[in-house]
Design a protein. Structure first.
Length: 131
């Protein structure tokens, strides 16, 4: 879809994306973001390294990117930590679509769960898709 495509987006549209986070991901994000908290750099007592919250939140942004969605507001609740090696599945749901001249105003909700089915992130985002 190009930025000026005719987009057929309806309430109830679902999408998902799955990713396993690596130590390289955490280190690269630490360099880009500057978030080098000790919990992201050194293993805990169980040998785990925690993934940055905003790195986990890149999963919902991938879903938006697939739609050429431009976020205006994002709110995330981080339910539990994500660690290197965890596989996270993010599911998005279009809750509202309001057409305006040249754009669609869109509200989406997201839920991310780890490989054990436990929720790690819940969120919502308001934004637009140019038409």
């Amino acid at each position: 879809m190009g930025p000026h495509s005719t987009i057929k987006l309806q309430v109830g549209r679902k999408s998902s994306y799955r990713r396993t986070f690596t130590l390289e991901d955490v280190r690269a994000f630490a360099e880009i973001s500057g978030d080098k908290g000790v919990h992201h750099m050194k293993p805990d007592g169980k040998g785990r390294i925690m993934v940055q919250g905003l790195l986990t939140a890149t999963l919902p942004t991938k879903l938006g990117g697939d739609l050429n969605y431009i976020a205006r507001e994002m709110a995330f609740e981080f339910s539990r930590p994500v660690f290197v090696g965890d596989t996270i599945t993010c599911e998005g749901l279009v809750e509202k679509v309001v057409p305006e001249t040249g754009r669609l105003n869109v509200l989406m909700t997201v839920v991310c769960r780890n490989q054990d089915g436990k929720e790690v992130l819940r969120g919502r985002t308001d934004g637009i898709i140019r038409t």
